[in-house]
Design a protein around this ligand. Sequence first.
Ligand code: PMP
Length: 415
Amino acid sequence: MNMGEKTRRDFPILSRIVNGHPLVYLDSAASSQKPLAVIEAVSRYYETSHANVHRSIHTLGEEATERYEAARDAVRAFVGARSREEIIFTRGTTEGINLVAQAVGRTLKPGDEIIVSELEHHSNLIPWQMACRDRGAVLRAIPVVGEGYLDLDAFDRLLSPRTRVVAVAHVSNVLGTINPVTQIAERAHRVGALVLLDGAQAVPHLPLDLNALGADFYAFSGHKMLGPTGSGALWARRQLLDAMPPFLAGGEMIREVHLRRSEWNEVPWKFEAGTPDIASSIGFGVAADYLRELGMDRVREHEKELLTYALVQLMSNHPEIPLYGPLDAGLRSGVVPFNVPGVHAHDVAQVLDRSGVAVRAGHHCTMPLHERLDLPATVRASFNVYTTKADIDALISGITEVKRLFGGFLKAGAG
Ligand code: PMP
């Protein structure tokens, strides 16, 4: 039995019937499903130990704090961070990137430059647009070339002593491209720029050693890696966090408050103002342990095998279908964007849903990338640990049904 068949038993939602068919969940890049261990950890926490964290010395308060901080340790271990102080709990990748863009943004001067890429998710683009607009800085973008790679020669030409931050996705949420982030970080550091990586689509799928990557900031989401929504983390080098101003202000991020001035708490709590999403973070820690037990090398192999299978099946059963992204599975994660010629991506997704197949259709929060590819939209099938070849077979049959349904209409349109 392979990983998908074995692990899917741990995911109660996967036994659902949708529109009269067994659910085929191929929308994990938008949000992954949750294993029972995560669901139970969240409900056990509410049933037995809920109280606010870092505040109360009563038993429940201490238990809640202990579990919340244990979750931080689990996430730290999962991504290979050196210390728990380097892990800030956030609500997800978006919040982590905004935290950095706001903090670093305050130090930008007119004429400074930020480099992103053409394949960024909006959450690694708009915060930088806002920071540039506020400070008179300039936003530049690494072009996407070929099957969906970043043009590193063009990147070299963009780099200069004016470059303050390079912010790119580790893995593209549309094309699946695994970007050469270590090389990017090395080159950015040569001109003294800081490097932020958007790890939303990498952490759930690749073995990771954050220290070896060479980045300065790394943002990721819990809900894409089997954890609850409302969970995520920002990793950053300790000395950067110590030097950075807080993002949100309020309770718990302070050591001392006077009417007209305050002193900040230690990291990571300096960046965790207000009551955090305690239950979700606890679930996030359990998700990290679950993946660690599966082994990320095995997860990667499983998804690579699925990707190769999906590409071969699509090409042989539906050769007219345009596929996007690198064809080399070694350079790509388990994300398959495609279009059915003559049928709008939303219609494809709707017909697939009628047979229980859940995919996403649209621009996937990457409008500039779709503009670059000259496509209004794509359909995206995406995998996770519980995906099986049978799921991909259901997708292939679903596409046959889309073509059958729209075939007559397209012929009539053409005639
Ligand atoms: N970056 C990438 C590459 C993503 O795929 C996503 C989620 N679609 C995000 C950032 C934003 O993540 P979140 O919505 O969890 O903040």
